[in-house]
Design a protein around this ligand. Sequence first.
Ligand code: HEM
Length: 259
Amino acid sequence: MAGEATVASEARPSFLARNSFLLRRLHSLSGLVPVGAYMVVHLLTNASVLNGVASFQKNVDMIHSLGRALPVVEWVFIFIPLIFHAGYGFVRIYDSQANAAEYPYPKNIRYTLQRISGMVAFVYILFHVAQLHHLGFGQFDAEHATSSAARAIGSGFWMQAWYVVGVLACVYHLANGIWTSGITWGIWTSPAAQRRADYVCWGFGFLVAVIGMSALFGFGTVDVEKARAQEDRMQKARIEQAGEIEEAEAPAAEATKAP
Ligand code: HEM
């Protein structure tokens, strides 16, 4: 009897194996929304640097106008889903059966590249957050958005090359991931539908890659000193405007207090 009980407990599948249906779908969903959607918006915001210092600064100000809610939004919609996606991603990489070396068909190569790009994205995102976010070295200064980002990202050939590799790995991973998610959710099942989805995903990937590279080009060509001077002027104008509003509101407040 004791022997049977041991065999039964040994045969019980692990938590991950028992819940793999749900976990795979949550993994897929988290990669699409919010992580993938956020990534596209983030690259678009960064590419607005091509419109000039004021344009990028206004976008950053809008995001930071969330104030104390910003860390909550960041953790709920970005960090926690990303940590889950990457964590379960590593489980799937550990379990994967890559066969691109023996059978170098495009789909097998893409299967392997999806895993490699996930690992590159992991290292790159860790580095990027540690470099710019206040959780790490905090080189990004929201009041001097363009100049601080340009100084950090544009600091030499190797840093720029690393950003190109990291952004392209994330873009490939998302574009190919959208294709594989169509299989996960049973959206494109026939070979013809999968071919059509191929065109759409490659087109999407190309577009997002252009947006990402434009952002890097934009930061790489900023004149940091000039940008900083312009940000200082914008900052001064904001403070003066806030002062004028306070002065204008003060008599009104006093008038309401009067008996
Ligand atoms: C920029 C951040 C990321 C985005 C936007 C993203 C997006 C996606 C998407 C949309 C999928 C497709 C899900 C499906 O096939 O149903 C996917 C799959 C996957 N991701 Fe990510 N991901 C990101 C980061 C990571 C990281 C850091 C890892 C960890 C190494 C990772 C590992 C994986 C793995 C292993 C798959 C499974 C691919 C397959 O089933 O063929 N991902 N990702």
